[in-house]
Design a protein around this ligand. Structure first.
Ligand SMILES: *Cc1c(COP(=O)(O)O)cnc(C)c1O
Length: 395
């Protein structure tokens, strides 16, 4: 393992920690992406696909009955649940598949935990006729059978990973191993604001559309900026996508919500800023859940998308400079918010997004009726019905 200069750091977080053989491909990707970032034709193609394939822009909805029940600040929802495939992940998948095409790659490698990123990747690979291989832990394959079926229908090959705990971090290792061997013809399509440079920055840029739209929409709907932004944080892509276009608006508070799981005991949650410390995991330096010997701890969350031991490096930086703050929400609070949003607003949220909704409900009650909270509703909850119904039966 080796790391290059200070390129790709957010303060002291981030960087590029990768096997020597991947340094070349990562540097090539960085150079190519920085060209495409300024390439008008590339950007136009990306925006056109967001409009004609993803269905953007997604609406901003005033949650009026939820607001009334909470009895404080107005709550607005940015509706990423209405994007094609049902979550924000498609924004990033669309951006990166265009890069892969322009780099002349014929084969797409991805890894997935719950299957949402795998579905988004298989979707864009099908759209452009590229071969797609998705690594997924064997345990996750069993838990997320429906997403596996979706990926198969979309023409992707799902490869079961049987090493380690047979979950996401093992799938990431397998995907990296594939990339080391096949980087000449393959593109590694990473799904969150994580991994070695340039991924955290690139994924953020492809998700910024959320915040750019939300900023315009709230100005139009309310005539002013919101008092607070709230988003759930797994790897950190939907939250950084919402936050980033508001960074210069210092009066806008930003809150990221981590998975508090069952309790604050190690192994029972995925709140990296509460139980974690600085370390390197899968290519980047950030806060990770580890023991004194640097062994990665097990994590738990009722929402698979928040159940990961590392948080994106830019969040560690935003927290350090106190531009954003981070809280956690327990499984049972997220479940309650899931049910409330369905009943009060006619929207069934993803369990990940339900963490943001749960915190927004607490927060709204502390604020005044002339104040505004903007919540990113990162995805829809159809995928979570079994989990929620099982909880209902057991509680
Ligand atoms: C994957 C996922 C998340 C968590 O990932 P981030 O990179 O933190 O956004 C949140 N919500 C939904 C619906 C997801 O699918």
């Amino acid at each position: 393992m080796s790391s290059v200069n200070r390129v790709g750091y957010f303060g002291s977080y981030g960087g590029r920690f990768a096997p020597e053989t991947l340094m070349g491909p990562l540097i090539e990707l960085e150079a190519f992406y920085s060209r495409m970032k300024r390439d008008a034709q590339f950007q136009a193609e990306y925006l056109d696909l967001l409009k004609t394939f993803v269905g953007r822009k997604t609406p901003l909805t005033l949650a009026s009955r939820l607001t009334e029940v909470c009895g404080g600040a107005k709550i607005f929802l940015k509706r990423e649940d209405l994007a094609h495939t049902g979550a924000h992940k498609i924004n990033n998948a669309v951006g990166q598949i265009l890069l892969a095409r322009r780099m002349g790659k014929k084969r797409i490698i991805a890894e997935t935990g719950a299957g949402q990123h795998g579905v988004a990747t298989a979707t864009v690979a099908a759209k452009f006729g590229l071969e797609c291989v998705v690594y997924m832990g064997k345990v996750d394959i069993e838990r997320q059978a429906q997403n596996v079926q979706r990926m198969n229908l979309l023409g992707a090959r799902v490869v079961p990973v049987t090493s380690g705990t047979q979950t996401l971090k093992d799938a990431v290792s397998e995907a990296m191993r594939d990339w080391v061997t096949h980087y000449q013809e393959s593109y590694y399509l990473l799904g969150s604001a994580l991994g070695p440079h340039p991924y955290p920055e690139m994924v953020r840029d492809f998700q910024r559309v959320i915040g750019i739209e939300a900023r315009e929409q709230i100005l139009e709907a309310a005539g002013r900026l919101p008092d607070e932004l709230i988003a759930c944080v797994g790897g950190g892509s939907n939250s950084i996508g919402l936050f980033h276009p508001f960074l210069a608006d210092t009066q806008v508070k930003m809150t990221g919500v981590e998975a508090g799981g069952r309790s604050s005991k190690p192994g029972e949650h995925a709140a990296r800023f509460e139980g974690g410390s600085v370390g390197v995991l899968q290519g980047t330096q950030s806060f990770i859940l580890q023991d004194q010997n640097g062994q990665i701890l097990n994590t738990h969350s009722i929402s698979a998308g928040l159940d990961y031991a590392a948080i994106g490096p830019e969040h560690a930086f935003l927290r350090e400079i106190k531009r954003a703050n981070y809280v956690s929400i327990r499984d049972h609070e997220a479940l309650q918010a899931f049910r409330e949003l369905a009943r009060l607003e006619g929207i069934i949220p993803a369990l990940e997004s339900s963490h943001a909704v749960a915190y927004a409900m607490k927060r709204a009650a502390e604020l005044q009726p002339d104040q505004i909270i903007l919540v990113n509703l990162s995805g829809r909850g159809d995928k979570d019905l079994n989990t929620v119904l099982q909880q209902g039966a057991s509680s």
